[in-house]
Design a protein around this ligand. Structure first.
Ligand SMILES: C[S@@+](CC[C@H](N)C(=O)[O-])C[C@H]1O[C@@H](n2cnc3c(N)ncnc32)[C@H](O)[C@@H]1O
Length: 441
């Protein structure tokens, strides 16, 4: 992409002069000029109408890949520029016409210090959205036409210009009329852009309800819904194995285990092998429950009847949001709890560990979850790993992350290998951050 990363390729002939000035100053790492030019809200997040270049992209792209000609002063100037732009409301996750955020660009150019600044900005922004109780809906490209023209809040409402800098939409930043149209034209030609952070492949409340009504197909190492979304896939088996190892160190028999989300039963099969004294499963989808009750299933009524005491081995039918209330009322306590649902957003995971874990987990127990938040884009994944760590701490939980490799051989290309027959490649990373959570102190 070398030529495409040149200033002439990135600042188009159609770029309005005001935007051009900011982009040029950012490209030159001219912090003083950048500061002077950013005299109105939203200017730091202006975009070239054709290339989608923002000042953050420009400041990072100008560095290129590390070379012998680099001086420490160059890097310092770049860092100062990026920092200044972020301070003035530069948006960490705006995508350009190559579907790259400034952070994606910093990663591609092997500029870890600049990448780090973008991650920190993302964490700040997402923590703020969390406080405002509306997680940022990072546009998926499937449902919107104005992808990098505007940002949306969690309710799908366009933010207005009075919000915090990160919430200002680009369409209000001095780009109007023809410029916006060009952005939209550029967008239509592009692949889908950004996907929101999710506990799994897609999510929000309405989608969760729709998912729970959808028809599912178990086949050939995967479970997909009627829209072709991968609910669970066999390639995640190693992640499940390592999650069991983390939740049950030493694999002593007699542990009390709760698993939320049966899916393909991969983790439950592993849990069962450890000979627990209590093994509870919560599952809400009627077709998964039907699958569970077939004679071929290892978790049907014979399994339930084989528990050491009545009710010790049990599939709870229903949404965890309701079943967990019953479990709390009963005073049920577990040594290990795993959470891996589908079609729910991060707010649900956060609610689970904030409101339910304190009552359900033994003081010395271990909690884990499938960490698939934002896993279709490295920076999103890194931001959400840090955001969840902060929220876990708020909930009184300490988290230990174990980085494990993911073999991308069969996962590298959408529609091919493991992704054949699956609508969206929800995992694109060769590293998985496996969380092991215990109570603080
Ligand atoms: C990704 S799969 C779990 C895969 C599982 N870890 C395994 O090893 O096979 C997610 C499961 O969560 C279930 N689920 C989704 N929302 C739920 C909810 N609110 N309550 C309970 N189960 C839910 C889905 O029906 C699906 O079976």
């Amino acid at each position: 992409m070398a030529d495409q990363d040149s200033i002439s390729a990135r600042i188009s002939a159609n770029c309005p002069p005001e935007t051009q000035q900011v982009l040029t100053a950012a490209w030159a790492h001219d912090v003083e000029s950048v500061r002077k030019l950013l005299d109105a809200p939203g200017k730091a997040s202006c975009q070239d109408p054709v290339t989608g270049e923002t000042p953050l992209h420009a400041a990072i792209r100008a560095c290129g890949a590390p070379s012998e000609d680099d001086t420490p002063e160059d890097l310092e100037a770049a860092k100062k520029t990026v920092y200044e732009l972020l301070l003035w409301g530069g948006i960490w996750n705006d995508v350009d016409d190559h579907n790259e955020t400034p952070g994606c660009l910093a990663h591609r150019l092997n500029r870890p210090e600049l990448y780090r600044l973008c991650v920190e900005a993302g964490v700040r922004a997402e923590m703020l959205f969390g406080l405002l109780e509306g997680y940022e809906e990072l546009s998926s490209g499937e449902e919107e036409e104005e992808d990098y023209v505007m940002m949306e809040n969690g309710n799908g409402d366009v933010e207005d210009g009075d919000e915090a800098p990160e919430l200002v939409n680009a369409g209000e930043n001095g780009q109007s009329g023809a410029a916006e149209e060009e952005l939209e034209v550029a967008e239509e030609e592009e692949e889908p852009k950004f996907q929101p952070p999710k506990t799994d492949a897609y999510a929000d409340d309405v989608k969760s309800e729709a998912y729970l009504r959808s028809k599912l197909t178990y086949s050939d190492g995967k479970l997909v819904d009627d829209d072709g979304n991968g609910v669970m896939m066999a390639w995640e088996t190693d992640i499940m194995r390592q999650s069991v190892d983390a939740l049950l160190p030493g694999k002593e028999p007699g542990k009390r285990i709760l698993n939320i989300g049966f899916g393909m039963g991969i983790i439950d099969t592993m849990f069962a092998e450890t000979k627990p004294s209590v093994h509870h499963i919560i599952e809400a989808h009627p077709e998964v429950l039907e699958h569970l009750s077939t004679p071929e299933s290892s978790f049907g009524s014979p399994w339930e009847a084989s528990g050491p005491t009545p009710g010790a081995f049990k599939v709870y039918k229903g949404k965890w949001q309701e079943v967990c209330l019953q479990l709390l009322e009963k005073g049920q306590i577990y040594d290990a709890i795993y959470f891996d649902t589908f079609g729910e957003d991060y707010a649900q995971l956060r609610m689970f560990f904030t409101e339910f874990i304190p009552g359900l987990l033994d003081g010395k127990g271990i909690f884990g979850f499938f960490n698939g938040l934002g896993a279709d884009r490295k920076i999103c994944y890194d931001v959400y790993t840090e955001v969840s760590e902060m929220h876990l701490a708020d909930a009184g939980l300490d988290v230990d992350w174990k980085e494990i490799g993911v073999d991308m051989g069969e996962l590298a290309e959408a529609g091919k290998g493991e992704w054949e027959g699956v609508k969206r490649r929800y995992w694109t990373l060769d590293r998985y951050q496996l969380p092991t959570c215990t109570f603080l102190g």
